[in-house]
Design a protein around this ligand. Structure first.
Ligand code: MLT
Length: 229
């Protein structure tokens, strides 16, 4: 487990990686796919997102800066921005402040999944069946460790055999154990949760706390897009 993507990220060219940005990018991507989108491409930069849309106007363009939807985009970074009526059968390009940048950093990994509390069990199972465990990368917030991502890492590590756990994995697990029956309360203590609640996004925090709401893991396909598995 890496607590923020800037932490000594090792060479991942032979490692199965799970990237976590619970509030909100990876929770939102899992929801976009659960609501029937064909695929989601997380991109780091706004210009790249616009360039992709120019090439293919049918794309749905989504994301945030300062937690707010971007001018000229179709949707923001809230899971509630992507109901079935908006995304069914569509491809979605998403750019966010931290999460999608962390995903770009893992481009060389042979296998990448996106994890969050809403699909923790499915991701743990997919990772175990694809590889011998591997690495969990918490995106963090603006370069800092974020409680919500370590919490979600704990929900995935829960499914690992204890002997496979590093101390960082055990720290994540201990945090999850502390809050497992009160995940919404736990999430709300996180700095980034408090920041987005202050912007009126409490519903997104409540949604992100719904452990194992979704049955599918989100994994990268051969084209580099993320799909349900
Ligand atoms: C990010 O990638 O920084 C987050 O998903 C921010 C957010 O809450 O929208």
């Amino acid at each position: 487990v890496i607590f923020r993507w800037q932490d000594d990220l090792p060479d991942v060219s032979h490692t199965a990686v799970v990237v976590i940005d619970t509030l909100r990018a990876t929770t939102t991507i899992a929801t976009i796919l659960a609501n029937g989108a064909q695929a989601v491409l997380p991109v780091g930069g706004v210009e790249k997102a616009f360039a992709l849309k120019e090439q293919d106007p049918r794309l749905v363009l989504g994301g945030e800066r300062n937690n707010r939807p971007l001018p000229g985009f179709d949707a923001g970074n809230s899971p509630y921005d992507y109901p079935r009526a908006v995304v069914e059968g569509r491809r979605v390009v998403l750019t966010t402040t931290n999460g999608t940048q962390a995903v770009e950093r893992t481009a060389h990994a042979p296998w990448v999944a996106l994890g969050s509390l809403v699909n923790a069990r499915a991701v743990a199972q997919a990772q175990q069946s694809a590889h011998d465990l591997g690495l969990i990368v918490c995106a963090g917030t603006e370069g800092q460790v974020s409680l919500e991502d370590v919490l979600a890492a704990g929900a995935i590590v829960l499914h690992w055999p204890q002997e496979a756990c590093t101390d960082r994995a055990l720290i994540a697990r201990a945090l999850f154990d502390k809050w497992r029956d009160h995940l919404y309360e736990g999430l709300k203590t996180a700095q980034h949760a408090r920041a987005i609640i202050a912007q009126g996004l409490d519903a997104d925090v409540e949604y992100a706390a719904r452990l194992d709401l979704l049955p599918h893991a989100v994994v990268r396909n051969k084209e580099g897009w993320f799909v349900n598995q």
